[in-house]
Design a protein around this ligand. Structure first.
Ligand code: BTN
Length: 228
């Protein structure tokens, strides 16, 4: 079943993520989308700021997947795949969910969740896409912002329906088809794969497999590093 999107547009906001979280906590339904044309206090991962220039896409939406907390990593990978597919054939993904063009970040994803015991009560997914312009070291797509948004929401809906019906396997394969090749040297070890929960698996210097579930990961010796 596709998501019934309800897009709420705001000319200016501090952060779509903050407003959308408030709506989620207040019981806002799955499919609520908060979009702004001008974001003054955009939030990135690991407490960083996210700069959204005019013309860039900034939105957050509510999901209520009714899944165990352990599914957050899968939904994060799913979102990265949906964004990459909207960007097009040339888009690549960097764990956990950055989307790159020519090795430079063109979109970032932030996930916040509300829990009920071991279950996800809500998930707020925030997506920033450099549709018009990009900060230094990042990439811009030069595409129509709202056209991109509509394609993106369709893709989220499609992958979310597939996830609920068939599970994570196909989404994982899509992600693996767009990421580093096996053995790529990352700051946390050599890339091996992602597991069935969306964790990163790397091989360390002693040839042991290590599972990484959080943190900044980048290709060694590349200076776009965290990709902001
Ligand atoms: C990252 O790569 O660090 C994640 C960036 C996420 C930015 C988006 S823009 C829309 C939404 N609102 C925010 O304040 N942040 C996210």
């Amino acid at each position: 079943m596709s998501i019934d999107w309800d897009i709420q547009l705001f000319p200016e906001l501090a952060s779509t993520q903050d407003l959308c979280k408030e709506l989620a906590v207040g019981g806002g339904p799955e499919g609520t989308v908060v979009q702004t044309f001008s974001q003054s206090g955009g939030k990135g991962r690991h407490g960083r700021a996210w700069i959204s220039a005019p013309g860039n896409l900034a939105l957050s939406f509510i999901l209520r997947p009714g899944c165990p907390v352990s599914s957050v990593g899968q939904l994060s990978i799913l979102t990265g795949v949906a964004v990459a597919q909207t960007v097009g054939e040339a888009a690549r993904v960097k764990w956990p969910n950055d989307v790159l063009i020519d090795g430079r970040k063109c979109a970032g994803i932030l996930m916040d969740s509300g829990l009920k015991g071991a279950w996800l009560e809500w998930l707020v997914v925030g997506i920033g896409v450099n549709t018009a312009s990009a900060p230094k070291m990042a990439a811009a797509l030069h595409v129509d912002r709202d056209g991109f948004r509509d394609g993106l929401l369709d893709n989220i809906s499609k992958f979310y329906a597939a996830f609920r019906q068939d599970g994570f396997t196909n989404i994982r394969d899509e992600w693996l088809g767009r990421t580093y090749s096996k053995g790529t040297a990352l700051n946390v070890g050599d890339f091996e794969t992602i597991d069935n929960l969306g964790n990163l698996i790397v091989r360390d210097g002693q040839n042991r497999l290590k599972t990484i579930s959080a943190g900044d990961v980048f290709i060694k010796d590349q200076d776009y590093a965290a990709g902001d």
